[in-house]
Design a protein around this ligand. Structure first.
Ligand code: NAD
Length: 436
C-alpha cells in the first residue's frame, strides 16, 4: 500500500519505518529541513533501539523516503498518517494547531480519495474537527480515522511490530477495511484490532495514559507513606503485584513520571473534563502529587548537607525521562537540576543518550561528563534520576573511591538497601529505609 506519514518524530518515524518493513511504500514528511536532510543521508535523528536497522534496510529497498513537501506526501499516500505534535497549551489543553493547520492544507491539496489517520494523541471530538476542516476545501471523498498510538519510547519498534492491540476509531466501512488490511501483518499472533467510534478511540488513549500515571502516582504515595511508618515499599510492591487484579507492572515508585506523553495527556484530560463541567478529581491529585514527587529528594539532600548546597559538587546519573531514550521532555532530572542549581550546587552529569538534548537546554550551567565514573570525580554525592541498565551494577569500590564521601540519593531504587549498606554507602532512596 502507499502510505504517507506527516511528522517524523518518535511516533511518525517509527510508524513510517515499521510500515515500510511490511512492504508498504512510505513517504515521511517533516517541516524540519535539517531533520529531513539527515534522514535522507541515512541518519536516524532520534535514539530508539533497533530503529536504525529497519531504517537502513527500508531506505535501501526504496520503500522509505523523506521529504519536506506536504504536497508530495499527499499525492503519494492512499493512507495519510498525522503524527504531529499536540503539546500542552497554556490552559493545559492539547494544542491542536499542528493537526488542524495540516488538515487545512490537506483539504486544499488532495485530489482523490484518502484516509486521513490521526495518530497524534488528541481530545475527544478532534476527528470531527479534522473532518470539517478538510471538508471546507476538499473536492474529493475522504475519511478521517482515529488510530491512537500506544508505543513506548525505548521499546517503540517492538511495540509497533507486535502491538498488544490496535485501536481504530472509524465510522466508514471503506476506511476500516483499509486499516485492517494495513495492520493485518502486525496482529498475526491474534492480538486484536479493536474497531470503535472515533470519540471512544480518542478517549481510549487519554484513559490509558491517565490510568498508568495514576498507578505510578499511587505507588509513589504508598512509598512516601512507607518512609513515615518504617515499611518497605519493595515488600509492599511484591505483595501487591502478585495479585493478578493489580499486576506487577507500573508499581515501581520513584521521583515521578515525566516524558512527552503522561504529563500533557493527564492535564489535557483534566482540562477536557473541565470544559464539559466534569471535575476529574483523581487527575487533579495525580498532577499535584507528581509535581511534588519530582523534587522529593531535594529536602533529603539539603538536610544531609545541613542546608548548605553552595559549591557542593553533585554527580547526576541519568537525565532522560526514562531509560533507553534520549527524550528529556518533562524529565524529573530537569526539576531536580533546576532546584539544585538554584541552591548553588554544581552539577556533573552523565546520561548514555540524552546529554545533547540536556546541553541544548542547560548550556554551560552543567558539567557534562564522558562516562558515569567521570561524573563522580570530586563529587560530594551521587544522585540517580533515570534507571539506565548500566547504573544497576556499578563497581561500588570505584564509586567509593571517586566520591568524596560515599553517599547516594537514588530516585529510582536501583540497589538493594542491605547490600549497599554493606558496601559502606549512605543510601537514600524512595519508600525504603535510609542507611547511614
Ligand atoms: P515529536 O515532537 O517527536 O515529533 C513531531 C514531528 O512533527 C517533528 O519532527 C516536527 O518537526 C514535525 N512537524 C511539526 N509540524 C509539522 C508540519 N506542519 N508538517 C510536518 N511535520 C511537522 O512528537 P512525537 O513524540 O512523535 O508525538 C507525536 C504525537 O504522538 C503526539 O500527539 C504525542 O502525544 C503522540 N504520542 C507520542 C508517543 C511517544 O512516546 N512519543 C506515544 C504515543 C503517542
Amino acid at each position: 500500500m502507499k502510505i504517507s506519514v506527516i511528522g517524523t518524530g518518535y511516533v511518525g518515524l517509527v510508524t513510517g519505518t515499521c510500515l515500510a518493513e511490511t512492504g508498504n511504500e512510505v513517504i515521511c514528511v517533516d517541516i524540519d529541513k535539517a531533520k529531513v536532510e539527515k534522514m535522507r543521508n541515512g541518519i536516524v535523528p532520534i535514539y530508539e533501539p533497533h530503529l536504525d536497522v529497519l531504517f537502513e534496510r527500508n531506505i535501501k529497498a526504496n520503500r522509505l523516503k523523506f521529504t519536506t513537501s506536504l504536497e508530495e506526501g499527499l499525492d503519494h499516500g492512499d493512507i495519510i498518517f498525522l503524527a504531529l505534535p499536540t503539546p500542552e497549551d497554556e490552559d493545559g489543553s492539547a494544542d491542536l494547531s499542528y493537526v488542524l493547520n495540516v488538515s487545512e492544507e490537506i483539504g486544499k491539496k488532495i485530489k482523490e480519495y484518502k484516509v486521513i489517520v490521526d495518530k497524534s494523541t488528541v481530545p475527544v471530538g478532534t476527528a470531527e474537527k479534522v473532518h470539517s476542516v478538510i471538508a471546507k476545501n476538499a473536492s474529493c471523498e475522504f475519511d478521517v480515522v482515529s488510530n491512537p498510538e500506544f508505543l513506548r519510547e525505548g521499546f517503540a519498534v517492538d511495540d509497533f511490530l507486535k502491538p498488544e492491540r490496535i485501536v481504530v476509531g472509524s465510522s466508514s466501512e471503506r476506511a476500516t477495511a483499509l486499516m485492517k488490511k494495513l495492520y493485518s501483518p502486525f496482529v498475526r499472533s491474534g492480538n486484536p484490532i479493536i474497531i470503535m467510534d472515533e470519540k471512544s478511540a480518542e478517549l481510549t488513549k487519554y484513559a490509558a495514559n491517565s490510568f498508568l500515571a495514576t498507578k505510578i502516582t499511587f505507588m509513589n504515595e504508598i512509598a512516601n507513606y512507607c518512609e513515615k511508618v518504617g515499611a518497605d515499599v519493595d515488600m509492599v510492591r511484591a505483595g501487591m503485584g502478585t495479585d493478578s487484579r493489580i499486576g506487577k507492572r507500573f508499581l515501581f515508585p520513584g521521583i515521578g513520571y515525566g516524558g512527552s506523553c503522561f504529563p500533557k495527556d493527564v492535564k489535557a484530560l483534566q482540562k477536557a473534563g473541565k470544559d464539559v463541567d466534569y471535575d476529574f478529581k483523581i487527575l487533579n491529585s495525580v498532577i499535584e502529587i507528581n509535581s511534588a514527587q519530582k523534587t522529593i529528594l531535594l529536602p533529603k539532600i539539603e538536610s544531609y548537607f545541613k542546608n548548605d548546597l553552595k559549591g557542593k559538587n553533585i554527580a547526576i546519573w541519568g537525565l532522560a525521562f526514562k531509560p533507553e531514550t534520549d527524550d528529556i521532555r518533562e524529565a524529573p532530572s530537569i526539576d531536580m537540576m533546576e532546584a539544585l542549581l538554584a541552591k548553588g550546587a554544581k552539577l556533573q552529569v552523565f546520561d548514555p543518550e540524552a546529554m545533547p538534548n540536556i546541553e541544548k537546554r542547560f548550556g554551560n550551567k552543567l558539567n557534562y561528563s564522558e562516562s558515569m565514573y567521570a561524573a563522580l570525580e570530586n563529587a560530594d554525592a551521587l544522585l540517580i534520576c533515570t534507571e539506565w541498565s548500566i547504573f544497576r551494577t556499578p563497581n561500588f569500590s570505584k564509586l567509593n573511591q571517586l566520591l568524596k564521601q560515599p553517599i547516594i540519593f537514588d530516585g529510582r531504587n536501583l540497589y538493594n538497601v542491605n547490600e549497599i549498606e554493606a558496601e559502606g554507602f549512605t543510601y537514600i532512596s524512595i519508600g525504603r529505609k535510609a542507611t547511614n
